[in-house]
Design a protein around this ligand. Sequence first.
Ligand code: NAD
Length: 476
Amino acid sequence: MQLTHFINGAPVAGAAALERRNPSDTRDLVATFPDADAGVVDAAVAAARAAQPAWAAASPEVRADLLEAIAATLFARSAALGELLAREEGKTRAEGTGEVLRAARIFRYFAGEAIRLHGRTLASTRPGVEVRTHHEALGVVGLITPWNFPIAIPAWKAAPALAFGNALVMKPAETAPAMAHALAGIIAECGVPAGVFNLVLGAGGAGAALAAHPGVDGVSFTGSQATGQKVVQATAARRARVQLEMGGKNPLLVLADADLDRAVAIALDGGFFQTGQRCTASSRVIVEDAIHDEFVARLAQRAAALNVGHALDPATQVGPANSEAQLARNLDYVGIATGEGGRLVCGGERLQREHPGWYMAPTLIADTDPAMRINCEEVFGPVVSTIRVHDYDEALSVANAGEFGLSAGIVTNQHDRARHFRRNVRAGMVMVNLPTAGVDYHVPFGGVRGSSHGPREQGFAAFEFYTTMKTVYEAG
Ligand code: NAD
């Protein structure tokens, strides 16, 4: 499949400079695609600028109808798109189809939000004057997305952008271009006006050109902390609005009173499903001493029994790493952790399968210290560490260490502990008796400290980034 950019309502071809291979079987070439240079980004931004005023001026029903049509198409094609997603990204077919359905629901939700956007009317302090606030479209937005949710993240940025009258330029990750391309095709097919939705494919340089472009009023970015730092510098330099969703090192506390089977199931899901490639993955499991050894033994047994294999094999529970570089990083961190004194309980190695792919065994490293690199740096693979603590107070202070603050979880039957935790843990999202990963699409998503910057994404909070407020005073 040869992919193209999509600019001003038409495909724009370019030299097939980059390729994407199936991580489950690297002999399978999923796509070749161009690498946008500054000229291509320029053309996309110019198209968006020209189209945006009419899109914002259209009835919200026009925007709602478009979003509803996109949702319906995604629902209808979820099986085929889920397969493409699994083939391109490496998560299992069930996870891929589930993600496409989530994208459909996101578009359907924002179809409603388009017509619900409202302002306020207040009494003025001056007699005879009325004062109102309105939300208006921000303008042209640049959306820079990662590979690990290659349709859900493009959807949760593009749907509110379109619903609230913005035009956009999207730059998807270079290891998941085909999903973004498929989404662009559906949005075009559903009748988006030329220039309102633009897609530029390519590597980091295309993202950098978009983030720095003076024609872009705001940039919504999801990806690594290192890239997020560059994006905030580029946008701050011209005072553009910016929203960053970055990594996590999400703690899961397991207290001594927890039901062990439940705690193990929660840690297994949060740590290893989707190959641990979730920004909200439960990568640091903090366990009270009294149950630590039993918990680690049971989690290791369950992790070692997970079926790692080809993403399209129905028996597979854990797919491959997304790229060779990600696999190498995962394996590096095993060496770093054991070098610093961690004990490898299971996994730790690359797996060979019938197909040549980037497979890794689910890995558990116990007896780690909170200050070790494995507990401070995001790995982004099926690698979980455990930390032994004496009591809840120590567990909370370990959870709150480090620079991230995306999601945090606790497994306990003690109501007072759960309440204390939700009030005192430093994280944007708190999970009680649930994995740190796995969120709803109609509520705000985001973190604190080094994990996020700017207004929250998703649900009823999404309008904050994609609109600007106008205050109107009117005398009779
Ligand atoms: P990445 O930072 O390598 O890339 C993200 C995007 O930025 C890609 O499209 C990339 O091409 C682009 N990019 C690269 N250099 C750029 C530059 N200089 N300027 C502008 N754009 C540039 O991240 P990734 O490897 O694709 O994704 C994994 C990361 O994403 C992990 O750290 C993960 O935690 C994070 N993530 C966060 C969330 C969240 O909502 N918090 C969700 C999913 C993933």
